[in-house]
Write a protein that binds this ligand. Structure first.
Ligand code: KIV
Length: 274
């Protein structure tokens, strides 16, 4: 008799326990095939609302809806077995009140099967994070450069260059850690500030454009694979360049269709007998 052993997924508690230990590996994933490929290599698969820009071609993440996040979250959970899956709460789905945040994050968790949600904000979100974590919704916070605040902040720019800003980010980090977040993404924050707050708080910091001293790192998968080139932030490292490969495949396919050399006999059913 063979017994199927299901791989145990990384949990939010496992991530929390990684503070100061082996760095936490995080990539975004939005679709089933990519989730399947990344799952063995990542501790966390983040279904980021960056999907609005890299999958849907939006200029910002502000137009992303709860239904989009749920559909992509479901695909990623279904197609992974090891990584802890975290789903972003989109703009407008949690800022109104702790109750609104609970209602929508409970829906995300129930309908996708993800282990946690991520939301942007520091001190102003501490009450909401406490409300959620006390009601069994694990929360990853997101401070520093907050893409959903792009208009309020006057653009995408690195945070913490002036003392008051640096102090505000450190206060945000302390507030969300005290409120019960299990980890925090620190985005677009000057290195010394990211380094200092990582040393200061008791939960893992996941950097993106932050510091190698963070407890883990995250990148957007389309940036890693060279698929998104509308703009490339300084903090992106491209590990592959898939655009020319896809272009070449499409060119060859188009040429073969036009030349009638595709499909060949091996691709056809029931060849006509001579
Ligand atoms: O939406 C996203 O992909 C993110 C990461 C860049 C951290 O928030």
């Amino acid at each position: 008799m063979s017994v199927e052993v299901k791989t145990k997924r990384v949990t939010t508690r496992d991530i929390r326990a990684r503070k100061g230990g082996e760095p936490v590996v995080v990539l975004t994933a939005y679709t089933a095939p990519i989730a399947r490929l990344l799952d063995p290599h990542c501790d966390i698969l983040l279904v980021g609302d960056s999907l609005g820009m890299v999958v849907y071609g939006m200029d910002t993440t502000l137009g992303v809806t709860l239904d989009m996040m749920i559909n992509h979250g479901r695909a990623v959970v279904r197609s992974s077995s090891r990584a802890c899956v975290v789903v972003d709460m989109p703009f407008g789905s949690y800022q109104e009140s702790p109750e609104q945040a609970f209602r929508n994050s409970a829906r995300v968790m129930a309908e996708t099967g993800c282990a946690a949600v991520k939301l942007e904000g520091g001190r102003e979100m501490a009450e909401t994070i406490r409300f959620l974590t006390e009601r069994c919704v694990p929360v990853m916070a997101h401070i520093g450069l907050k893409p959903q605040a792009v208009h309020a902040a006057g653009g995408f720019r690195a945070q913490g260059r002036i003392d008051a800003e640096a102090e505000a980010i450190r206060a945000d980090a302390r507030a969300i850690a005290d409120a019960g977040a299990f980890s925090v993404v620190v985005e677009g924050t000057v290195e010394p500030v990211a380094r200092a707050l990582s040393a200061e708080i008791a939960i893992p910091t996941i950097g993106i454009g932050a510091s190698a001293a963070c407890d883990g790192q995250v990148l957007v998968i389309d940036d890693v694979l060279g698929l998104f080139d509308d703009f490339t932030p300084k903090f992106v490292k491209r590990y592959a360049d898939l655009r020319p490969i896809i272009t070449e495949a499409a060119e060859r396919y188009a040429a073969e269709v036009k030349a009638r050399s595709f499909p060949g006999p091996e691709h056809c059913f029931g060849q006509a007998k001579k």
